[in-house]
Design a protein around this ligand. Structure first.
Ligand SMILES: [Zn+2]
Ligand SMILES: [Zn+2]
Length: 631
């Protein structure tokens, strides 16, 4: 006899029992239960239980359950592919962040046109509602089985499995090598879609066979799938690379892979963000410095970057001396800190730097502004005593909240704590971790704890923001550092007149400003709020006769610090309006006879359309206010 603990009760069993039999005893919604955890091990629902323990069910609504669902979908896709392409040989087919893929080799190459056909076949397999059955075989038996099926890549995988047993999963006449767990029936896959194909290599190595990677996604219900697919469509429309071209913001050239060129409008946008951050800094008593782009390699050896980060650094040499192009601003900031002796009265010392850094990224991973080799950080280093740590962190949390709210971002927080391999004493970690944690608690913020996920030199708080179409981006970070103060012997004089080790915080709010701009472009779909629009007003005279009136208004706008221009081209009115609309300029002022004679403008707003005749002085006042309020 043994007893199984379920939710809030315990049930006794006389003889071994399958998990799905136990599930039947429970009064819960069962259609989304995909697997179970028994004494913390993941199992299929068909697993037989013969000892006491705790049983938890996994629903496809959860992250873990969704992964099982998606992974099962990849098997169902493989089965469908094999039905259509009997010569198909399979590599690996894992669940990934937003779906799943399977790598496959076929004689007749699979292209995107074939996806619908494969999807139809998958629907049949789902309708057949085949049981998905786990079997354990000896390695030898498995090898014979996969050899007979001509699955040479699977044979390679079997060789690498430790121990002498392997598990396979069967659904109908299809079987696959897998650790599991899986859905109990193919019929449970209710909402899926194949998305794309791309090239891949067996084991990601260009020297190996080339394969086709077929991507798809699956969700626990149709509604979630549709939301995802709509967002995917929306994301394509909002792609910052496309919008960046259309809105004349930035460009890339083959001469500088991963190094963006900022065009006039894009540079205005970038500087607006920097000015916005500077304003926040001024409110909080930051100082700002600028340190050199390259410094002697010895500095980077002392900081540890040379040992740990060399692969990502660019170097240059002159007069037989090696310099490193900075990948981070910290060592420069530290040299500044060390220029003078600091008293506890000065702390926390908040030193900002809009530092241009360069990091090597493989050309294959470069992606618009999201992955670049040169970018500007809104970096700051806070030097603090242990006593002022918590209040410093509170100020940072409030700052980041204020900034993200201005853009309408929701965000979530993660606190990462001491990893197994770490420097420092228990006491130091206690001060560091509780400094961050108490700050979060004091503000009543919700956060997830990533136990053991901090850096070896300190705990950190990460900010994951959510954009208008539901995607998340990790941007802001507050990283406590006990390492660099040690390596560079950074101290302050306490109220006891003695030297103490200072605590250093690295923090970024926007992170990489370039990446953040990419996120903003997609978040707003290029329709920036007034304050962020590179060009805020365009004045459109209906004919040359009104050019001087237009120039007069333009001068007034510019005096009021509104970014405006006059469209003096020879085009027709309709064309001028369309091109302003294409550039997503918030306000168009149309001026002609009626307007000039009444000191007015006819307003057309980018989103709201025609807004009629207004005295230009009134509308100017309104726009100045809208601009100041950052609406
Ligand atoms: Zn599997
Ligand atoms: Zn730093």
């Amino acid at each position: 006899m043994f007893s199984v603990k379920l939710l809030d009760k315990s049930v006794e069993f006389e003889k071994p029992v399958k998990i799905y039999e136990i599930l039947k005893l429970l009064d819960i919604q069962k259609s989304k239960i995909v697997a179970a955890r028994f004494n913390n091990e993941l199992y299929d629902l068909s697993k037989e239980i013969d000892c006491s323990g705790e049983l938890n069910f996994i629903s496809s609504d959860s992250e873990e359950g969704l992964e099982i669902l998606r992974h099962s979908a990849s098997h169902i896709m493989a089965q469908a592919i094999l039905r259509i392409y009997p010569d198909a040989k399979f590599g690996v087919g894992p669940a990934i962040k937003d779906g799943f893929y399977y790598d496959v080799v076929t004689e007749a190459k699979i292209s995107e046109e074939d996806l619908q056909r494969i999807e139809e076949e998958m629907k049949k397999i789902v309708a057949e509602n085949l049981p998905i059955v786990r079997e354990e075989l000896s390695k030898e038996e498995a090898k014979t089985l996969f050899k007979k099926a001509g699955q040479k890549y699977k044979l390679e995988l079997i060789e690498e499995i430790e121990g002498d047993k392997v598990s396979i999963y069967k659904q109908g006449d299809f079987f696959d090598l897998c650790r599991g767990p899986h859905l109990p029936f193919t019929g449970m896959l209710k909402a899926f879609k194949l998305l794309s194909v791309s090239g891949a290599y067996w084991r990601g190595n260009e020297k190996n066979d080339s394969m086709t990677r077929v991507y798809g996604t699956a969700f626990s219900d149709k509604e979630s799938l549709n939301t995802y697919l709509n967002n995917l469509e929306e994301a394509k429309k909002r792609d910052h690379r496309k919008l960046g071209k259309e809105l004349e913001l930035f460009s890339f050239h083959d001469e500088g892979p991963g190094l963006p060129f900022w065009k006039p409008k894009g540079l205005i946008f970038k500087n607006l963000l920097i000015e916005f951050m500077r304003e926040k800094h001024r409110e909080r008593n930051y100082i700002e410095i600028e340190t050199p782009t390259m410094l002697r390699v010895e500095l980077w050896k002392q900081s540890g970057h040379y040992d740990n980060y060399r692969e990502n650094m660019f170097f240059t040499e002159k007069d037989e001396e090696v310099y490193a192009i900075k990948p981070m601003n910290c060592p420069g900031g530290i040299l500044y800190y060390k220029e003078s002796i600091h008293s506890y009265r000065e702390l926390p010392l908040k030193i900002a730097e809009f530092g241009k850094v360069h990091r090597y990224e493989r050309s294959g991973v470069l992606q618009g502004l999201f992955r670049v080799r040169g970018f500007t950080q809104d970096d700051a280093h806070i030097f603090t005593s242990p006593e002022a740590l918590q209040s410093s962190v509170i100020e940072l949390l409030q700052l980041i909240d204020e900034v993200y709210k201005t853009f309408g971002f929701e965000y979530s927080l993660e606190l990462s704590t001491r990893p197994e391999k770490s420097m420092g004493t228990d006491e130091q970690w206690e001060i560091a971790t509780s400094g961050l944690k108490n700050a979060l608690d004091e503000l009543g913020l919700n956060y997830k704890i990533n136990e053991g996920d901090g850096a070896f030199y300190g705990p950190k708080i990460d900010f994951h923001l959510k954009d208008a179409i539901g995607r998340t981006h990790q941007c802001g970070t507050i990283q406590l550092d006990m390492n660099l103060p040690e390596r560079f012997d950074l101290t302050y004089i306490g109220d006891d007149g003695k030297e103490h080790r200072v605590i250093m915080l690295h923090r970024a709010v926007l992170g990489s400003i370039e990446r953040f701009m990419g996120i903003l472009i997609e978040h707003y779909g290029g329709k920036f709020p007034l304050w962020l629009s590179p060009l805020q007003v365009v004045i459109i005279p209906v004919s040359d006769k009104f050019n001087s009136y237009a120039i007069d208004i333009n001068n007034h706008l510019r005096k009021a610090k509104i970014r405006s221009e006059i469209d003096l081209s020879n085009e027709k009115l309709g064309y001028k309006i369309r091109s302003a609309q294409m550039l997503k300029i918030p306000y168009m002022f149309v001026v002609g006879e009626k307007e000039a004679s009444t000191n007015s403008v006819s307003i057309r707003h980018r989103d709201r359309g025609e807004e009629g005749l207004h005295k230009w002085e009134e509308i100017l006042k309104k726009i100045v206010e809208e601009n100041q309020k950052r609406l």
